[in-house]
Design a protein around this ligand. Sequence first.
Ligand code: ATP
Length: 329
Amino acid sequence: SKRIALLTSGGDAPGMNAAIRGVVLACEKHDVQVYGYLQGYNGLIDDNYCLLTSDDVAQIVHLGGTILKSARCPQMCDDDGLKQAATNLMKSKIDALIVIGGDGSFNGLLALKRFWPGQMLGLPGTIDNDLDNTDYTIGFSTAINTALDAIDKIRDTAQAFDRVFAIELMGRHSGHLTFNTGIASGAEHIMSFENTNVSDTDKTLSELAQEINVIKQKRNRSYVIVVAENLWPGGVQTLATQLKQSHNIDCTVCVLGHIQRGGNPDAKDRVMATRMGVAAVQAVLLGETDKMVGEVNQEMVLVPLKTAIQQTKAVNSHLVEMQSTILKG
Ligand code: ATP
């Protein structure tokens, strides 16, 4: 019977376990053995794996994190590490490798391709939603809801004191999480790559201060700014310090951080991850390789890995325009 290797890599995302479960259950149906490699690509290099059966995945669909563990693995960036991974895959007679991860993890697959001839499939697992040709990535929906829950709570306390808050959200270099959470939370201001000029921070800061002051003068109330990580030079704390120093505005900072990566996956992520896991196994059985399983218009699609990692999926421009239309001025 066929053998599939499975691993999770890069930043963990809620729903990875649901995807693992989908893969394992589909494999059992088709009499395929699943080798679960541990701690991302480290498992391949160290030959650290366990065989996965339906018993192992019976009670994980609702859990955040990943039972296979994740890790960064620098050795995948040099030939010795890649050769070691390939040797171990060949030794265990693996036919196909399925990786659940982000764009870095898919680059790892493409690198491994030079030394290992087996089939390769990727599942989009990242809260950043920054993979092309899939409407959503596994974990994105849950992360929005987790951040939203936190911001709703911050709003309560901000409102009690009429405070200005700057809240930093994850997303690496894309604003999907920041924009969606900002709109859903009713943030007064969204600062993300799509709508904020950071080449002239003084000007951007003055405009922000003016907006805050207009709202404060009209009616004293709280003011929430959501800020994408890696956007503001020096970070969100610097933004707050500058608001105080240049415009005498007190601004409380909250970095949501890893809270956004944890928690039980929501229904959307569980259903999509399960479908993607099953679809990946079907793709392997059909002989597909070098593809990512995506979801477009609620249908499963196969996308070349190279296309998926182009990093060109923009935040919906309507969201960007709408935000400025309804809140500015
Ligand atoms: P996320 O964006 O959610 O953190 P990711 O998959 O992009 O997920 P990375 O840390 O960028 O996370 O990559 C995960 C792993 O993939 C790396 O630790 C490394 O083992 C491998 N990898 C990344 N880039 C490359 C590359 N260019 N060549 C070979 N392997 C790579």
